[in-house]
Design a protein around this ligand. Structure first.
Ligand SMILES: [Zn+2]
Length: 370
């Protein structure tokens, strides 16, 4: 369960940039408009064996509980997405196509190309030596063939009619530092950057870096303090995102992503600097339980991200992880904190965790926002 939840780092998204425009032009209406635009979403993973009838029931239940959008992981299968989009839309839900981007467990095409996978500082390929868990099967963001493979999958989803966005998840490097709340479960101490969790030292990355900076990361004594090497990897991910942005916009879709709680934290833990990306909306996974934090931290982290992207025309939806909540009352607090700190919506991981009590709480808070 730990594996599927924790690392199931998922996903996200929504849409309007209206907020900023309204703020500038009609200040006195801002609050009312922003309130009515606050969206509620949930991440779900599709099951091809679940019938259309059962999905209709599930979508109806979300909608009547105040949910506005679903972010669906179909294992990057456009056909499954095509089946579900009309069902969800008929119930009044918006749909985002959630894709596991750089982490591609069981990807039958990628698995035919062992050289597409990231390589650790101790020289082991993620193709057969997986960090933390077996489903950590990460592709190199620098190598042309592997990044093009990911971008091709993004394009396949972008073509599906009726979706709002392609929602990137696992758009980062493997965790160089795990969330502190998870370490005991893995029996790990991480007080420095450990070689087995430090990527990518493949030939493509090394060569590209050397060309630019005239030094070889394999020879650097303390790679953790080499800022160019860190930045090279931040930029490698940014480059994949920026290309994905161009692709999805060609199909008149938007780009969204599930990201780490706020930019400095994302940079530190997974080499992800999402405030610098070309992207429409982010869904930071502000999962307080992973970090041994309290509910008010959801407001803190939301504010950090919102402040960093407010000049970038990027909107933020606060993502929360349901299991650590102790009550519907706590969930209500999280919703209010997300809203008060500038998020345009809140998204729940995941649909299975939305109990009747939680849906009732969502509905009640939503009524007070309008
Ligand atoms: Zn590489």
């Amino acid at each position: 369960m730990l594996r599927s939840t924790l690392f199931a780092c998922l996903l996200f998204l929504v849409a309007c940039n209206q907020k900023d425009t309204e703020k500038q032009d009609i200040p006195q209406q801002d609050s009312a408009l922003a309130e009515s635009n606050f969206d509620f979403g949930t991440w779900i993973t599709s099951n091809p064996n679940t019938s259309n009838e059962d999905y209709v029931k599930e979508f109806k239940r979300y909608k009547s509980g105040g949910i506005d959008e679903v972010l669906i992981n179909t294992g990057t299968d456009p056909k499954e997405l095509e089946r579900l989009v009309p069902l969800a839309k008929a119930e009044g839900l918006q749909v985002h196509a959630w894709i596991m981007a750089m982490n591609r467990p069981g990807d039958s095409i990628a698995l035919q190309h062992p050289d597409w996978y990231v390589v650790s500082r101790d020289g082991k390929s993620c193709f057969d030596t997986r960090p933390y868990v077996d489903y950590y099967q990460w592709l190199c963001p620098t190598r042309e063939a592997s990044r093009n493979h990911v971008l091709g999958l993004v394009e396949g989803l972008a073509k599906v009619e009726g979706i709002e966005s392609v929602h990137l998840d696992y758009i980062r490097f493997p965790d160089i530092f795990l969330p502190i709340g998870l370490l005991p479960k893995y029996n790990l101490v991480q007080d420095e950057e450990l070689a087995e969790f430090d990527f990518c030292y493949c030939d493509e990355c090394i060569n590209a870096f050397e060309k630019m900076h005239h030094k070889n990361p394999r020879d650097i004594e303390n790679t953790a303090i080499d800022m160019e090497w860190k930045n090279f990897r931040l930029n490698a991910i940014k480059s994949v995102v920026d290309d994905a942005y161009k692709i999805v916009h060609r199909y008149n879709k938007r780009l969204t992503a599930a990201v780490f709680p706020y930019p400095e934290m994302a940079d530190h833990m997974v080499r992800q600097r999402w405030d610098k990306w070309d992207i429409d909306e982010v869904y930071p996974m502000i999962y307080h339980g992973f970090y041994n934090e309290e509910i008010d931290w959801i407001g803190y982290a939301t504010k950090q991200g919102v402040t960093d992207i407010e000049s970038e025309n990027i909107a933020l939806n606060t993502g929360v992880y349901l299991p650590p909540f102790n009550s519907a009352e706590e969930l209500k607090q999280a919703i209010v904190l997300a809203k008060e700190n500038g998020a345009i919506g809140i998204t729940f991981f995941d649909g299975n965790g939305l109990t009747d009590a939680y849906l009732q709480a969502i509905k009640e808070v939503k009524a007070t926002l309008k």
